[in-house]
Design a protein. Structure first.
Length: 395
């Protein structure tokens, strides 16, 4: 009997984009075989057109005198995961069998497969849990690559955050500079069973969860207190939270964590550096047509617009004609409706005088450098929480 002794093709996961792989069938010269290649949609590979189609197709081949039949298979671009099955059939009517080393339990049939993984997106974004404080949040940046890909990718962000032009909050102030821990990841798992005033929650999975993560939402329910994970039981797939909760079976339970360790628990390796937030300096103009510098001194000043200015001990005012003999001038009050501010001391100023505002602004710029060394298995968003670093209010 002639023997087919090996079937060789790189069986590692395929990229999402079109690619080719060499295929070899080794054995006795003259060994005849049949080869089917199909995907999970039951489409078959056509060896003439090198494409997959719904029409069943097969290849009938013969090992040449070199002892190795060679060909090349073209795999298409995909937008979701796929699998390709290779079915090699020896032809015993032509005195051919598959060696026991290649197929221990079947001398006629050998099967193997290759998975193809669609690309996943890692989005670096910013967001807020407040309403009415900021204008439209800028778009994030997206890293697209193979799942769990370990080749380094770099990018940078430069987000312009703008305060709303509204009485509720028309000026920005920096609370502090951003940290890596301000980038948050949300993990969602389904509840198993129903709980009432219980601190142990059973889940369909504990992947990506770490002690210290916050429980932020329960589908069709509400969160009591500010619960965090205090313990994780891998055997029972359960978490213990610091505050007892109520939940129903099969509901989404959302947890949120931040920083490198929490993000790495989901298999994502990312570094943030050169993190900064800086207010954009701006000026305003006095809008008092009768002011010529000889009018009675006052610390109430009407402007073209007061948006971007907040009252506070650190908010400074400077400009031509500002008298600082009594010390630095600060904004002690602001009224967006009348476009006016109150400053520390009475002044004699002129109409159209340009004033510079310090430590308060209409907008801020957030910058960071991002380095990804391991891509996520599924689409994932890491969100910088703006509320940790910026506020938008009148004072």
């Amino acid at each position: 009997m002639n023997k087919i002794i090996d079937f060789i093709i790189d069986s590692s996961n395929l990229n999402a984009t079109t690619s080719k792989r060499a295929l070899s069938v080794l054995g006795s010269p003259g060994s005849k075989f049949i080869l089917y290649i199909s995907n999970e949609d039951y489409h078959y590979y056509n060896f003439t057109t090198n494409t997959f189609s719904a029409t069943e197709a097969r290849f009938t081949g013969e090992i040449p005198t070199t002892g190795e039949y060679k060909t090349e298979i073209t795999f298409p671009t995909v937008t979701d995961d796929d699998q390709y099955d290779f079915q090699l059939i020896a032809n015993p009517f032509h005195g051919v069998e598959i060696s026991e080393e290649l197929s221990p339990n079947n001398s006629i049939f050998y099967r193997t497969s290759i998975k193809q993984k669609a690309n996943t997106d890692l989005v670096i974004a910013c967001g807020t849990s407040t309403t009415g404080d900021f204008q439209t949040i800028p778009s994030g940046i997206t890293f697209t690559n193979q799942p769990e890909y370990t080749t380094m990718q770099r990018s940078s962000v430069s987000w312009i955050i703008k305060a709303v032009d509204a009485v509720a909050g028309g000026a920005l102030m920096v609370v502090r500079q951003p940290k890596e821990s301000d980038f948050k990841i949300s993990i969602v798992h389904d509840s198993i069973g129903t709980g009432s005033s219980d601190t142990t929650i059973y889940l369909d999975s504990i992947d990506g969860l770490t002690p210290g993560m916050a429980l932020t939402s329960i589908e069709s329910g509400s969160v009591s207190g500010s619960p965090t994970i205090s313990d994780i039981n891998k055997t029972s797939k359960s978490v213990t939270v610091s505050v007892a909760q109520n939940w129903a079976n099969g509901k989404d339970i959302t947890f949120k964590g931040g920083g490198k360790a929490d993000i790495a628990a989901s298999g994502i390796y990312v570094d943030f550096s050169s993190l900064s937030v800086k207010l954009t300096p701006f000026t305003v103009k006095i809008n008092q047509s009768t002011w010529d510098g000889t009018q009675a001194a006052t610390n109430d000043i009407i402007l073209d617009s007061a948006f971007g200015i907040r009252a506070g001990a650190s908010v400074t005012v400077s400009g031509v004609g500002i008298n600082k003999e009594a010390g630095e001038q600060y904004v002690t009050g602001v009224a967006y409706g009348s476009s006016s501010i109150t400053i520390t001391n009475n002044q004699q100023l002129k109409d159209n005088t340009v004033l510079t505002i310090g430590n308060s602004a209409k907008e801020a710029v957030i910058k960071a450098k991002v380095k990804v060394t391991k891509h996520p298995k599924t689409n994932t968003t890491l969100t910088l929480e703006l509320d940790n670093i910026l506020t938008s209010a009148t004072s």
